[in-house]
Design a protein around this ligand. Structure first.
Ligand code: HGY
Ligand code: MN
Ligand code: MN
Ligand code: MN
Length: 400
């Protein structure tokens, strides 16, 4: 299973993945998902928002146990972020069939579309649409770097964009959603555990800083006459690191676009995206306010205009204790595992769904903690332990 998925969308030079929503690589991954579902005799469904479902039992019976994750990636992302959860879900189902358990609830494996938001700039589009956290109008306005809108991209990939929208009936039929995910950090490596349970997802968001200056000739314009937006942008990047350091938060300017983007032209516009996250809301607010205040001072000093737009935001997610403790109990009794509970700064579809559906997450050890990089890695025996833990959890939940 892994070997068929692994090469899809991998970039030869970087070794990273470029599985962006509604591109050819995404289509290939979706075809892989459907083949996995149908080869197991599961009922395959593509929902109105482009999320893929593989059902065992009749979803209409309700109270389903759903597991899965996403298959798309960030630019040059790693092999495990998302795919480990989807592959482990199919493998856990195979294991349960091997145990010849009797399912008392419907079970499904899901692939949520466009979780990373790499192409259109908003994370978790598939799950946000389903949960009604992204309106159809907002979704229709999403545009990629080439000016292609989300509806156009969906259409070109053969999905009717006029069907997208909230899917409350589908979510109402889910009694529990469990997402297995490679840890994006080293807590499990440091504690010596293979598996962890998520306690919470930090509040996090994305802000766009538009520095508008004056385009001019790089070779003939005196320094004193310049209104170069690259300078306040550069100072703001350093301010973000300062603000994060003093508050224990994280802040990253990982994406930038420059107009006209010529080596010998002073830019007219520098657009930088800030990703910031913190353990609690007041800290996150302090960091972003501090970065914005510094950016305005720098912009003014250089005679540059500044607009700051909050493009997306996910409030803190505290995973409900009921399902979380149920998972811990199942793993303790099934495998004598005392599983550590840990928070994360990474967003997940589970975080989006947690407002609507009882949701929990399992993490698999990542020995380097590196993620969103071709170097992302999880050891095979830890991945196998993840499958077994997921199978134990699914058996405990769906085979009472
Ligand atoms: O950005 C995130 O935290 C997630 O990987 N989409
Ligand atoms: Mn990710
Ligand atoms: Mn992920
Ligand atoms: Mn996710």
């Amino acid at each position: 299973m892994w070997r068929e998925l692994e090469p899809l969308g991998r970039h030869a030079d970087s070794g990273g993945y470029r599985r962006f929503a509604w591109t050819g690589a995404d289509t290939d991954c979706r075809a892989w998902f459907r083949a996995q579902a149908e080869s197991r005799g599961l009922r395959y469904e593509l929902d109105r928002n482009g999320n893929q479902w593989a059902w065992l039992g009749d979803p209409a019976a309700g109270d389903a146990v759903v597991t899965g994750s996403h298959l798309d990636s960030v630019p040059d992302g790693g092999a495990f972020d998302g795919p480990l959860g989807v592959v482990s879900s199919f493998a856990a189902l195979d294991e349960l069939r091997g145990r010849q358990v009797r399912f008392t609830r419907p079970l499904a494996v899901v692939n949520f579309g466009d979780e990373e938001g790499a192409r259109f700039g908003l994370a978790c589009v598939g799950s946000r649409l389903a949960a009604g956290q992204l309106t159809v109008e907002q979704a229709h306005r999403l545009t990629d770097a080439d000016g292609v809108t989300l509806p156009q991209a969906m259409e070109r990939a053969g999905h009717d964009p006029d069907t997208i929208g909230p899917d409350p009936e589908r979510l109402a039929r889910i009694g529990a959603f469990v997402e297995l995910h490679v840890e994006q950090g080293r807590a499990l490596d440091l504690s010596g555990d293979r598996i962890g349970i998520a306690s919470a997802i930090w509040p996090h968001g994305r802000w766009r800083f538009d520095f508008r200056g004056e385009a001019n000739h790089a070779g003939t314009t005196r320094l004193v006459d310049r209104h170069d937006p690259m300078l306040p942008y550069a100072e703001t990047v350093l301010a973000a690191r300062r603000e994060a350091r003093v508050t224990g938060a994280v802040a990253t300017f990982g994406k930038i676009s420059v107009e006209p983007n010529g080596v010998n032209a002073i830019p007219s516009l520098v657009r930088g995206w800030l990703d910031s996250r913190a353990a609690d809301q007041p800290t996150l607010d302090t960091v972003v306010a501090g970065v914005e205040k510094a950016a305005r001072e720098y912009a003014q000093a250089h005679g540059v205009e500044l607009d700051v737009v909050r493009e997306s935001f996910t409030p803190v997610v505290e995973f409900g204790h009921a399902l979380r403790d149920e998972l811990a109990r199942i793993l303790t009794t099934a495998a004598d595992l005392t599983v550590p509970v840990l928070g994360t700064g990474a967003g997940h579809d589970a975080g989006i769904l947690s407002g609507t559906v009882p949701t929990a997450m399992l993490f698999v050890r990542n020995p380097t903690g590196v993620s969103h990089s071709p170097a992302e890695y999880a050891a095979e025996d830890d991945c196998v332990a993840g499958v077994t833990a997921l199978a134990d959890v699914l058996e405990g939940l769906a085979c009472r």
